[in-house]
Design a binder for this molecule. Structure first.
Ligand SMILES: NC(=O)c1ccc[n+]([C@@H]2O[C@H](COP(=O)([O-])OP(=O)(O)OC[C@H]3O[C@@H](n4cnc5c(N)ncnc54)[C@H](O)[C@@H]3O)[C@@H](O)[C@H]2O)c1
Length: 439
């Protein structure tokens, strides 16, 4: 099939590339000319494992191309995917203007029947609004499908190629058949393509993300309580996660969830409930607890230094909101850094891939170093915010030698308590006992 994809972000580029990989002819269109130039030059505008090779192969084999020309994209393709951003407004409501703009533009330039497939995460009722926009402008049969995306940054290619399920919200059997055919190569092992009405498909995405965010939040609450009553959250997690009814994923305690999806989607669901005067008590709590959790590590730092951080220098490992991505949107590291800077401390940071994206947000408010150990020189303590694998087994003696004092604040429970005790660190983590307090 001939497909057009609007937006070459994490979702759009992965979608376009994976459909090309299955033999479709795909053109990806973005309004950001620099991203399109980067792609045309054989590079990827962000970090996503395995994507570069897949893009290169499909470009070389003539199935994948890039453009900034939206009208040509509309005219040349009958099936048009939309994967543009839907960030939050100040009040937490989602900004869907990008999605609506693309629908309008397609309506104005449709030269025949078009099938719009919306992959952006949008509030319930957006597909209906898109249908209204399309109907205003054009005489051709244009329909809208809601096809929310569940890929995770860091494993996006694999998630797209092997989905647990595909959700398709459609109002028409002909459109359903197109989607069934397009997704058939991805669900050959029997994973379901679930057809439903568009409002339910839109809600499914928010419900899934909010539920995952709730699991993390619940475990963070348990972790905080563990600290008060002398239990160990990692042992509790093992005990809880082995219950088949519960499962082991998304149960790691830490400094709270971040990223471009969970915080924004939790806020959007909260807003959706407000709009219809429904008191969604749980979603409010998830948001509040997560905001509080981001402060928790800094509170431990403050308390270790008797409330005074002015003049202190901290090495910070990990800027991305999670490992295997360079995405710093809503990253807990940003909140932690802001708190430290406001308290008069200095921060010197290292992240394996997210330094450039962090620099775009933070500028020169902090120092960046190209090696994890370099960050330690002359620092009072090490703070770990992202659990990159390469941080898991460092040279502890080297860390100890480099720091002014052997103090580690670990927001992701990366290290073993006994190891830290053996090496003589003061070690603070989340939901576990503190090792040494002498500082
Ligand atoms: N990132 C994820 O892990 C993820 C997972 C599932 C769903 N989603 C949802 O998918 C959507 C896209 O997310 P993302 O992370 O890929 O966003 P992104 O910010 O990485 O990319 C969005 C892209 O859309 C482009 N764009 C904006 N307006 C455009 C227009 N009119 N025409 C063409 N391109 C335009 C931007 O320039 C940008 O390159 C969001 O609604 C998000 O909530 C994201």
């Amino acid at each position: 099939m001939n497909l057009g994809v609007f937006g070459v972000g994490y979702v759009g580029l992965v979608t376009g590339t994976c459909f090309a990989e299955m033999g479709n002819q795909v053109v990806c269109c973005d309004i950001d000319a620099s991203k399109i130039e980067t792609l045309k030059g054989g590079k990827i505008p962000f970090y996503e494992p395995g994507l570069k090779e897949l893009v290169a192969r499909n470009v070389a084999e003539g199935r994948l191309s890039f453009t900034t020309d939206p009208i040509a994209t509309v005219e040349a393709n009958e099936v048009l995917f939309i994967a543009v951003g839907t960030p939050s407004h100040e009040d937490g409501s989602p900004d869907i203007s990008g999605v609506i703009e693309v629908a309008k533009m397609i309506g104005q330039h449709a030269n025949g029947p078009k099938l719009l497939v919306n992959k952006s995460t949008v509030p319930v009722g957006t597909a209906d609004r898109m249908r209204t926009e399309l109907a205003k402008a054009n005489p051709h049969r244009c329909s809208v499908i809601s096809n929310p995306e569940f890929l995770k940054e860091g494993t996006a290619v694999d998630d797209f190629l092997k989905p647990d399920r595909v959700i398709v919200g459609a109002e028409d059997e002909v459109d359903e058949e197109v989607m069934r055919a397009l997704y058939a190569p991805f669900v050959r092992t029997g994973k379901p393509v679930l057809f439903m009405d568009t409002r339910s498909a839109e809600m499914t995405k928010y419900a899934a993300n909010a539920m995952l965010a709730s699991r993390i939040t619940f475990m963070n609450e348990i972790a905080n309580l563990c600290e008060e009553v002398g239990a160990d959250v990692d042992q509790v997690r093992a005990g809880v996660g082995t219950d088949r009814r519960l499962g082991a994923s998304f149960l790691f305690a830490g400094v709270g969830f971040g990223g471009s999806c969970f915080p924004k989607d939790v806020q959007a669901l909260r807003h959706l409930a407000d709009e219809v005067d429904y008191e969604f008590t749980m979603i409010d709590a998830v948001h509040r607890v997560n905001q509080r959790q981001r402060q928790r590590l800094v509170e431990k730092v403050r308390s270790h230094y008797g409330g005074e951080l002015s003049g202190r220098r901290f090495a910070l490992w990990g800027l991305a909101f999670k490992p295997q991505t360079d995405d710093v949107r809503e990253a807990p590291a940003l909140t932690i850094i802001e708190e430290l800077l406001t308290s008069g401390a200095e921060v010197v940071a290292f992240d394996p891939v997210a330094m450039e994206s962090a620099r775009r947000v933070l500028g020169d408010q902090i120092e960046y170093v190209s090696d994890a150990y370099k960050a330690l020189d002359d620092a009072d303590a090490l703070i770990i915010v992202t659990e990159w694998n390469e941080f898991r087994f460092p040279d502890f003696e080297r860390i100890k030698q480099a720091l002014r004092e052997p103090v580690v604040f670990d927001g992701r429970n990366v290290f073993d308590l006994d190891t830290m005790a053996t090496h003589g660190f003061s070690y603070y983590s989340i939901g576990r006992r503190t090792i040494g307090r002498e500082g």
